[in-house]
Structure formats: C-alpha cells, structure tokens
Design a binder for this molecule. Sequence first.
Ligand code: ADP
Length: 267
Amino acid sequence: RGRVMVQVRVARLDSDHVVVLGEDRTEARRVEAIRRDFAVNVSHELKTPVGAISLLAETMQDAADDPEAVRHFAGRMQQESTRLGALVHEIIELSRLQVAGALTEIGVIEVDEVVAEAADRARVVAQAKEITLDVGGEPGLRVFGDHALLVTAVRNLLDNAVAYSGSNTRIGLGVRSAGDLVEIVVVDQGIGIDASQQARIFERFYRVDPARSRDTGGTGLGLSIVKHIASDHGGDVRIWSEPGRGSTFTLRIPSAGAEHTSPEEDA
Ligand code: ADP
C-alpha cells in the first residue's frame, strides 16, 4: 500500500567496519501476495465443479429407477467434468508460464502457420454456432518464439470471440506488420465489453458475467494466459471494444522479418 519494504542485511568487513545492505522487498511481497490470492482462487474455482459432480452423483443414485432422469444427470455430470478438465488444463498452463523461461522451444515462427492451426481448431466451435470465420492478411511474416504457445494464445482469443458472439455473425482473423511488430488481430461482432471492465478482463479468474462465462464453459483464465504469452514474447495484447458492437483483440509480437524480402529492401 505504497510502503516500501526493505530487507536489511549487515555484513562485517573487519573488526572496525560493517556494511549495511538494503534490498527492496516491495516487489517480492507483491508477487507473494498474488501467488497467495491465486492459490485461494484456484481452490475456490475447483470446488465449484467438484461439488456439482458430487451432488449430481448423489441425485442420480436417488433417481436410479428413472432412466430419463439418469440420462439428464449423466449429461450434466459430463458437462461439469469437461469444465473441470479445462480448468485444470488452464491452471497448469498458467503455472508453467509463471515459471521463468517458459518458452522452451524458441525458434523462427511462421505466423501464417500459427494462424492457420488456431483457425482450424476454432472452426469447429464456430460452425456449431453458424459463425463464419474469415482468415486473411499479409503472408510470410515471422516472429521469434514458441509455436505451440502462440497457437494457444490465438486459439484463446478465437474461442472467446465465438463464446461471446451470437449465431450468424462473423469473426475476422488477420495478420499484418506494423513497424517492428507483427499484429495478429481477432475481430468479432459479439456482445462487447464496457470500457470500465476492459483492463480487468486480463486478470486471472475475472469475468464480466460469471454466469455467462460458466454457461460457455469459460474458466476466467483464457485472457491472462494470452497476456502472459504475449509478454513472454516481448509483446502485448490490446483491446478495442464497444458494448453491442463487438471486440477487437490485437496480439502484438516483435517481428523477426519477412520470408521474402523485396528487391527494394535488398538494395
Ligand atoms: P472466460 O473463460 O470467462 O472466457 P477469459 O479470461 O478468456 O475468461 O475472459 C475474461 C472475460 O472477458 C470473459 O468472462 C468475458 O466476460 C470477457 N471477454 C473475453 N473475450 C470477450 C469477447 N471477445 N467479447 C466479449 N467479452 C469477452
């Protein structure tokens, strides 16, 4: 709360002299507090689906001679298990990213390949809601980084675009270069996000509408994972949004140059 914590160590140089070493512990304490909050949130978030599954199992036992009811509760149990699985997966993903040096497979990445892979996987969920996914942009751009993590980041943005859009809308996925950066842009025509909420949605477990997020199988961790992946690549993620009009998320990663250099650039 604005106070600076200093850890002091005293070292003796010789019998007449000592040095006092002060180390700023403010940042360390802040990180510790975040870790503590995260642990509390994780246990709270895990309790919800675990509690639901246990309750559903109990109810199912009571309704054992009603096949229709059994089918219904089994379906609900499956839904909750899927949610629990997604939650565990994302918690592990985020913990992995929080460890320094999370980018294990660094190389020159073809952005086209990242975008195509993420789009392929998102197309299935989009089609289920009759949402059209348009993919386009500048070909041949490259960044330094981790292919799998970049696919995860783009995939999370696309999953959100689908989850928070109505049927028969369009989602655009594009790539462009902007100075030293490569921008991967996801545009939707969904519900949008109020300006007052826009900074908070990148926080872990933060959801604008928890009930809606739960219905769509959201974990509240998707965007904090995207933010982590962006900053691990030396980039960031930006949002433009207007309630009722839709949202645009822009993932910006430092460029590693283009595949084909034009004759003018070679000169
Ligand atoms: P969730 O798993 O709940 O989607 P995220 O971290 O991915 O968690 O997103 C946090 C919150 O931000 C969501 O619960 C939702 O309220 C809001 N949000 C994210 N993406 C969009 C979007 N494309 N359109 C509208 N709201 C969004």
